[in-house]
Write a protein of this length. Sequence first.
Length: 155
Amino acid sequence: MRDFTEIVDNFSREMIPLVKTLGIHVTEAVITDSEVRAVCTLPDRPEQRNHVGGPHAGAMFTAAESASGGVVQVAFADLISQATPLIMNGGMRFQALALGDVVATATMPVTEIARVRSELADGKRPEFFVEVVVTSGDGVTGHLSTHWTLKPHQR
């Protein structure tokens, strides 16, 4: 297992002001034998709660999208000179009221990473999905599916 947590957390908080404003931290960003995984935590803050006492949907989405971006960063950081990662679409399904800190866990199988790399090497513009599970103290509160591309740089 290779750990990129500190690198991804620092990048996210320095390059994306909203992540810092919301207090989101990358608490895990790793490559294992089977997947790339990134975990972001959104702290429970009264000023970020909605009308029913949970975190605002936009804050939850940002935490989940940040975890998704962490996976992309870890999986494809070495390709940044060849292509720009861009999110194309993201749909979040809210299942239950989140109470307390929110944890967003994004994953992508290494087999999918290999496919994306192969397509980019073949001169294509690969598209791929990163799935995110969002939890709080009482369990799963939502899911985010993000649709990404690696846009090759013009030569």
